[in-house]
Design a protein around this ligand. Structure first.
Ligand code: ASP
Length: 212
């Protein structure tokens, strides 16, 4: 974990050295768009679920799960974060453990909102990069395939990359485009894993509330 920041910088450096500085600007914009989308998803979608579904104070909820957020960010793995997520959600939020354990365990593999969002944005980015105009129908297909990919993705670092290749291939975008985003993927992986895990915890809180 201590080496992670250096490792991420090294990965980005290798991409820049191969593709040039201009490419870095394009990649920065891509990373910015994905991060902004992830933040908006947490601030809007999850906050609404927490406020109106789980009927909890949104800010204190986020504060109480800081340990989960840090673990997800540093491990890039929903599965590795599962024990921490179960412990913190049960202890700190004092929710019903049978429901919490059930929802979080399924969520760790089948509820990957951040991943679905990232895949959609990445496919659109690569299509634009290769100057491929996607029809409305293809864009709808990207959304649907990304959601399915989010459900099927394993909760491990880089778990979504095989699905990303599959989605790119299905809509006719060159799959070697994955190599372009590889250098910055670790940072995005850390971020989307946080969104994936926070989504599981928010939904667990909602289910517990609805079962009262
Ligand atoms: N690392 C992500 C997770 O564990 C999966 C992925 O998007 O690659 O949730």
């Amino acid at each position: 974990m201590k080496l992670a920041p250096v490792g991420v910088a090294a990965l980005i450096f290798s991409t820049v050295s191969q593709l040039g500085l201009e490419m870095l600007t394009v990649l920065f914009k891509y990373v910015g768009v994905v991060l902004l989308a992830l933040v908006l998803h947490v601030l809007l979608t999850y906050s609404l679920i927490l406020k109106f579904g789980a009927k909890t104070h949104v800010l204190s909820f986020y504060k109480s799960i800081t340990e989960i957020i840090v673990t997800a960010f540093s491990t890039s793995s929903s599965n590795a974060t599962l024990p921490t997520a179960i412990r913190v959600t049960n202890q700190t939020l004092k929710k019903r453990s049978d429901l919490v354990n059930f929802v979080l365990t399924i969520g760790a593999t089948a509820n990957q909102n951040g991943t679905a969002l990232y895949e959609g944005a990445t496919v659109l980015f690569l299509a634009q990069f290769y100057n491929i105009e996607l029809t409305m129908l293809q864009q709808v297909a990207v959304v649907l395939l990304s959601v399915v990919a989010g459900i099927g993705t394993a909760g491990v670092p880089g778990g979504s990359l095989p699905f990303l290749v599959f989605v790119l291939f299905s809509i006719g975008v060159p799959v070697e485009g994955v190599g372009i985003i590889m250098g910055v993927d670790r940072l995005l992986d850390m971020s989307r894993t946080v969104v994936n895990v926070v989504g599981d915890v928010a939904l667990a809180a909602w289910v517990v509330e609805s079962e009262k």
